[in-house]
Ligand binder design. Structure first.
Ligand code: SAM
Length: 330
């Protein structure tokens, strides 16, 4: 019988995001700086076997869903091998991946064959010029080819396309995203920009809220809200004529901490209980020191117990965490 992992606020933790690298092949303006970036030293990055050990420990404690992320997970050599190792762990119900899609054309087949069923592909703009402006790389065609390759894989499950919404940029993309969502089998989701970038210059004014985007979309094609599933990060709307869906992840304007069931493992082996945690728990040290499974389980349970009640974005005195998004794993 598996155990139940709960935090000190009574929330059951079942969802783990595993970052496999802090490296990324894009330089999105809200996330990374364009110049020299201090990447984590290689020796600090968990090896596949170490990741597997931590995931096994967490699954024994009650985790059911695992999402691989980064940095950009597909720049980690032989990611499908890690996916296979995780997919075969007894007790995992869902293995998914978040990627920017640049390497998807190369890897789609191997990833699906390895046991990944659900995919989130980040795509901030459909216009080549705006995509290049946001990501600092002229690569929207590659992402679209990756999506196409992925959607043609036999056995692939749900594919979501995620756009970070930035005021002054995303408004111009809405009509194209509406057409895209209505003509493809992908749920297009808009994510409010959060204060997690390397520039540390986020202001609330940068956030184009989900509410504002719903109104813009509704004016183009009427949409109706679908009841929210427990623990869901997104509010989902379907087009009233039944053709396609859009989702809104609104961590800033409509936080969903109340039933948060997520924790994160960083590429260098820290357990984080909130995107905005100021404290994190090192698992790599105990792991490399040969901690017994029971000791690792105790460290994890204690850390989870201290999970933050909520993030404080927008509150007076909010401080951005030391780690930026690319080093946490989104
Ligand atoms: N590289 C992969 C990708 O692009 O999907 C996985 C990691 S990335 C950190 C995961 C998601 O977080 C991407 O959709 C990215 O755009 C988003 N993201 C990065 N910084 C963000 C921020 N400050 N606020 C909101 N979303 C952010």
């Amino acid at each position: 019988m598996s155990e139940v992992l709960v935090d000190g606020h009574g929330r059951r933790i079942t969802d783990l995001r595993v970052s496999v690298t802090d490296l990324c092949n894009l330089r999105c303006r809200y996330c990374l700086t364009p110049g020299d970036i201090e990447w984590l030293p290689r020796g600090q990055i968990l090896r596949f076997e170490e990741i597997e050990t931590v995931v096994r420990a967490l699954v024994r404690l009650g985790v059911r869903d695992v999402r691989l992320t980064g940095g950009e997970p597909l720049v980690r050599k032989d990611l499908p091998a890690l996916a296979r190792m995780i997919a075969r762990i007894d007790g995992i119900e869902d293995l998914s991946l978040t990627t920017n899609g640049l390497l998807l054309e190369r890897d789609a087949e191997a990833l699906v064959a390895a046991g990944i069923r659900r995919f989130n592909v980040s795509l901030d703009a459909l216009s080549p010029a705006r995509f290049a402006e946001v990501t600092r790389r002229d690569a929207v065609g590659r992402v679209l080819r990756g999506l196409d390759a992925l959607s043609r894989q036999p056995g692939v499950g749900e594919i979501k396309v995620n756009a970070v919404a930035t005021r002054g940029v995303t408004e111009h993309e809405i009509p194209a995203f509406v057409r895209f969502a209505r003509s493809n089998p992908f749920q297009v989701r808009f994510i409010e920009q959060m204060p997690l970038g390397a520039h540390r210059d986020w202001t609330a004014a940068d956030v184009l809220t989900g509410g504002e985007i719903v109104a813009m979309i509704h004016a183009i094609h009427p949409v109706e809200e679908v009841p929210r599933e427990a623990h869901a990060t997104a509010r989902v709307y379907r087009f009233a004529d039944g053709l396609g869906e859009v989702g809104f992840v609104n961590p800033v304007s409509q936080p969903f901490c109340d039933d948060c069931n997520r924790i994160r493992l960083t590429a260098d082996g820290a357990l984080r209980t909130c995107l905005f945690s100021h404290d994190e728990t090192d698992l790599r040290g105990p792991l490399r020191d040969g901690a017994a499974p029971d000791d690792l389980a105790r460290i994890i349970r204690d850390a989870v117990w201290r999970k933050e009640l909520k993030h404080r974005v927008g509150d007076e005195g909010f401080r951005q965490p030391e780690r930026t998004m690319s080093r946490i794993g989104g």
